[in-house]
Design a protein around this ligand. Structure first.
Ligand code: ADP
Ligand code: MG
Length: 706
C-alpha cells in the first residue's frame, strides 16, 4: 500500500467514529501510538480504537459482499488512500465521504466507481457493547484474556499428553511379551519385529513430547507479550493516589509476574496435565497384573495426603517470602535513588541493616519453603520405592500361585514407577503453584486500582482550552489520616491572567499546582477548566494544553532533544531551538559537542539542578500551551540567568496566556499581576501584586527579596 498521510487517516477515523457512538479526538488516536509521527499506521489506529472501547478489525474484503449492518467502514482504495463508506443505499449505490477531497458531505457513489470497485482493504469498527448494556465497557481481564484465544493450543497439549501416555505403555508391555513369550520360545524373529515396533513408538513419543513443549512455549510467548504490555500500561496509568510512593514494592510485584508466567508455560503445567493419566497406568496394571494394582492405588492417596497437608504451610511461607522480597526490593530502590545523600549523611548503616534484615527474613521464609517442599518430595520418593518393593513382594506370591506371569510382574513394576513419577513432582509443582497464586493475586489487586483514564469512559474532548481555572469549594487530603491539606479553596483565574501563589513551606502551594494539572483530584469540590469539571476532560487534552514545570524536575534517559520534546508530535527543530532559547536550555546544547543530541542519563543524573530547570521550562513551552503552571521554576538558577529567563518568559506569555506560578522569589513576581497567599491550606490573601508588596514591606513574611 502507498503510505498515506497520518492526518488523512486520522481525519477519516474521526469522521467514522463520529458516525458511530462517540467521536474520538486526535488525542485518542495518539494515546496508544508507539512510533514516530509520520508513520501512523492502520495497526496503530486499531489499537487506538480498541483502547477507546471500540471493536476494530482490519482485513481484506469486498465491499459489495459486506453485510449492510457492518457499515460504516473505512475503505482503502488501490492506492491505499482511505475513504469512508457510511452505508449501502441499495444493491449498487453507496453513501461515501471522502475527507481528502476536502468535503465532508456524504455523496452517493455507484458500485462501478473505480475507487469503490478496486477497494480491497477494509477497516471495520463497531461498538463493543450492545445497545442497552452498560455504557462503560469493561476491559478484558489482564491475565485470562491473553489465554482466551489459546483454547486450541491447550487442547493440543492435553491431546499430546494422552497420546504420549499411551505410548508410554509400550516399553512395559514389550518387557512383558519378551519375558512371557520370546524368552521361553527363543523367538528371535518376533523379537526383531517387536523391537522395530517399539522403536517407532518411542520415536513418535519423542516427537510428540517436543511438539508439546513447542505448544506450551508458543502459548506462553503470546501471553507474555500481551500481559507484559498491559502491566506496564497499568503502571503508568495508575493514579498518583493509588501509588502511595511505594515504587520498590510495585517493581517487586511486577517482577513476580515471571513466576506466574513460568507456571503457565513450563514443566509444572506438564506435570499437572500428566497427573490424571496415572489412573490409566493403574488401570493397565489391573489389567495385566490383577490385584497388584492395589499397591500403587494405595500409594497415591498417601502421597496426595502428604502433599495436601503441606499446603497451608507452603502457602503461608510463600506469601511471607513474597512480602520479604518486596521489602528487599524497596530497600534496594531507595538506596540507589538516594545514594548521594546516603553517602554524605553517613546513612549507610541504616540502609545496610535494613537490607540485611530483609535478606535474612527472605532467606528464612524461602528456606522454610524449600525444606518443606523437599521433605514432601523425599516422602513421595520413599513411598514410591516402598511401592516397588511391595509389588515385587506381593507379586512373587501371585506368580507362585500362577495368577500372573513373570512378565506381567516386571511390567507392573515398570508401570507403577511411571504412574508414581508425576506424583513425586507434585510437591514441587504445589510450591510453585502457591508462589504463582500469590503473585497473581498481588498483580490482580494492582490491576484493579484506579487509573488516570478509565477504560471505555467517554471524556470531554477540548482540543484547546482557553485558560480559565476555577476551584470551587476544594478540599483535599493525600491521606485521610493526615487531615486536610487544602481546606475549602475557592478561586477563579481568568484566561490570560498571571497569578502567583505564595505561602510558607508546607502550606499546600505545590498541591494546588498538582490539582490544576490533574495529578490528584479533590476529595470534595471541583477543579474546573474553562468551566468544565477537570475530572471529565480528556487527560490527553489537559496535558497538551497545560505546560508544567514541577517542583522537582525529572529528566529521563535519552537525548536533550527527546527530553524537551517528550510526548509531543510534529515538533520542528526551529520550535525546539526557539523554546530552548527562551529557557536558556540552548546554552547546555551549545556547550556540548553533540548539541541537542547530548545524552542525558537516567533521572537526569549528570545535569545540574539549574540546568534541569531550564530543560523543564523548555519542555513546558513546547507546543505553546495556553496555560503554564510552574512550581518554583528558577530555584536552582543564578540571578543573571533567572533575569534573562524571566524576560524571555514575559514575551512568550504575552497577554493571552494564563500563568500560575508557585514561588518564593520576589524577582519572579514581575511575571504576575495577581497574588494569592496560602497559609495552612487556606487562602489568606487574594489581590493585586502592588498591594501585597506594600503590605509586606515593613515585615516581610511571605515574600523575601531573592
Ligand atoms: P508547599 O506549599 O511547600 O509546596 P505542598 O503542597 O508540597 O507544600 O505540601 C503540603 C502538605 O502536604 C505538606 O504538609 C506535606 O507534608 C503534604 N504532602 C505533600 N505531598 C504529599 C504526598 N505525596 N503524600 C502525602 N502528603 C504530602
Ligand atoms: Mg512546594
Amino acid at each position: 500500500m502507498v503510505p498515506f498521510s497520518t492526518d488523512t487517516l486520522i481525519a477519516h477515523l474521526k469522521m467514522l467514529t463520529d458516525y458511530l457512538e462517540y467521536g474520538l479526538s486526535e488525542a485518542d488516536f495518539f494515546r496508544v501510538f508507539k512510533g514516530n509521527h509520520d508513520a501512523y499506521e492502520v495497526g496503530d489506529a486499531v489499537s487506538a480504537l480498541e483502547a477507546a472501547g471500540y471493536k476494530a478489525d482490519f482485513g481484506k474484503a469486498r465491499l459489495s459482499k459486506l453485510d449492510p449492518i457492518l457499515f460504516p467502514v473505512l475503505v482503502f482504495d488501490a492506492n491505499g488512500l482511505p475513504f469512508l463508506v457510511l452505508d449501502r443505499k441499495d444493491k449498487d449505490r453507496f453513501l461515501v465521504v471522502d475527507v481528502s477531497s476536502g468535503s465532508s458531505e456524504p455523496q452517493i457513489w455507484r458500485r462501478w466507481e473505480p475507487r469503490l470497485r478496486e477497494a480491497r482493504w477494509i477497516l471495520r469498527v463497531s461498538r463493543k457493547h450492545r445497545s442497552g448494556e452498560d455504557y462503560i465497557a469493561r476491559q478484558d481481564h489482564w491475565f485470562w484474556s491473553a489465554f482466551r484465544d489459546l483454547h486450541g493450543v491447550y487442547i493440543q497439549i492435553i491431546l499430546a499428553a494422552m497420546v504420549s501416555s499411551v505410548l508410554g505403555l509400550t516399553t512395559s508391555l514389550f518387557t512383558m511379551v519378551v519375558y512371557d513369550r520370546i524368552l521361553p520360545n527363543e523367538a528371535v524373529d518376533s523379537l526383531l519385529a517387536l523391537v522395530v515396533g517399539v522403536a517407532f513408538a518411542l520415536m513418535f513419543d519423542f516427537l510428540i513430547k517436543n511438539l508439546r513443549s513447542r505448544f506450551i512455549e508458543t502459548a506462553g510467548k503470546r501471553a507474555d507479550m500481551q500481559i507484559a504490555e498491559r502491566l506496564f500500561n497499568q503502571l503508568i496509568a495508575l493514579k498518583m493516589k493509588a501509588r502511595g510512593g511505594q515504587n520498590g514494592r510495585m517493581t517487586s510485584i511486577l517482577r513476580d509476574f515471571e513466576v506466574v508466567r513460568d507456571f503457565f508455560t513450563s514443566a509444572s503445567l506438564i506435570t499437572l496435565v500428566d497427573l490424571p493419566f496415572l489412573f490409566v497406568f493403574i488401570g493397565v496394571i489391573w489389567f495385566i497384573g490383577g490385584p497388584l494394582a492395589l499397591v500403587p492405588a494405595a500409594a497415591v492417596p498417601i502421597t496426595l495426603i502428604a502433599g495436601l497437608m503441606a499446603q497451608p504451610f507452603l502457602s503461608r511461607y510463600a506469601s511471607e517470602s513474597s512480602i520479604d522480597g518486596q521489602t528487599k526490593q524497596a530497600v534496594l530502590m531507595e538506596t540507589l535513588t538516594g545514594v548521594e545523600t546516603i553517602k554524605t549523611t553517613g546513612a549507610e548503616p541504616i540502609m545496610r541493616s535494613r537490607w540485611n534484615e530483609a535478606v535474612k527474613a527472605q532467606a528464612n521464609s524461602s528456606g522454610k519453603t524449600r525444606l518443606l517442599s523437599q521433605g514432601t518430595v523425599n516422602l513421595t520418593l520413599l513411598v514410591q520405592q516402598i511401592a516397588q518393593v511391595a509389588i515385587l513382594f506381593y507379586g512373587v506370591f501371585l506368580v507362585r500361585d500362577g495368577t500372573i506371569s513373570v512378565g506381567a510382574l516386571i511390567a507392573s513394576v515398570i508401570l507403577a514407577g511411571k504412574a508414581l513419577t508425576p506424583l513425586s513432582q507434585l510437591a514441587q509443582v504445589m510450591t510453585r503453584l502457591n508462589k504463582a497464586r500469590i503473585a497473581y493475586c498481588q498483580i490482580d489487586t494492582l490491576m484493579e486500582q484506579e487509573v488516570e483514564r478509565e477504560y471505555g469512559r467517554r471524556y470531554l474532548s477540548r482540543p484547546t482550552i482557553a485558560g480559565q481555572i476555577e476551584f470551587k469549594g476544594v478540599h483535599f487530603t493525600y491521606d485521610e489520616v493526615l487531615g486536610s491539606i487544602l481546606k475549602d479553596i475557592d478561586l477563579s483565574i481568568k484566561p490570560g491572567e498571571k497569578v502567583a501563589i505564595l505561602g510558607p513551606v508546607g502550606s499546600g502551594k505545590s498541591t494546588v499546582a498538582r490539582l490544576i494539572l490533574g495529578l490528584y483530584e479533590p476529595n470534595d469540590g471541583a477543579v474546573l477548566l474553562d468551566g468544565l469539571n477537570a475530572r471529565n476532560l480528556d487527560p490527553a487534552d489537559k496535558t497538551r494544553n497545560i505546560g508544567a514545570v514541577l517542583q522537582d524536575c525529572w529528566l529521563f534517559s535519552g537525548t536533550l532533544r527527546e527530553n524537551i520534546i517528550a510526548g509531543r508530535f510534529k515538533i520542528t527543530d526551529t520550535e525546539l531551538h526557539q523554546k530552548a532559547s527562551i529557557s536558556l536550555a540552548d546554552r547546555i546544547a551549545s556547550q556540548h559537542p553533540h548539541g541537542y543530541d547530548m545524552r542525558i542519563q537516567e533521572g537526569g543524573f549528570g545535569v545540574s539542578g539549574g540546568q534541569r530547570q531550564t530543560i523543564a521550562i523548555a519542555r513546558a513551552l513546547i507546543g505553546d500551551p495556553p496555560i503554564l503552571v510552574m512550581d518554583e521554576p528558577t530555584s536552582g538558577m543564578d540571578v543573571p540567568t533567572e533575569v534573562r529567563v524571566i524576560e524571555n518568559l514575559k514575551t512568550w506569555l504575552s497577554d493571552d496566556r494564563t500563568l500560575v506560578l508557585v514561588t518564593h522569589r520576589a524577582s519572579l513576581l514581575q511575571l504576575v499581576d495577581r497574588v494569592i497567599v496560602l497559609n495552612n491550606g487556606k487562602i489568606t490573601y487574594d489581590g493585586s501584586k502592588e498591594e501585597i508588596l506594600m503590605l509586606s514591606r515593613p515585615k516581610s513574611s511571605a515574600v523575601k527579596e531573592a
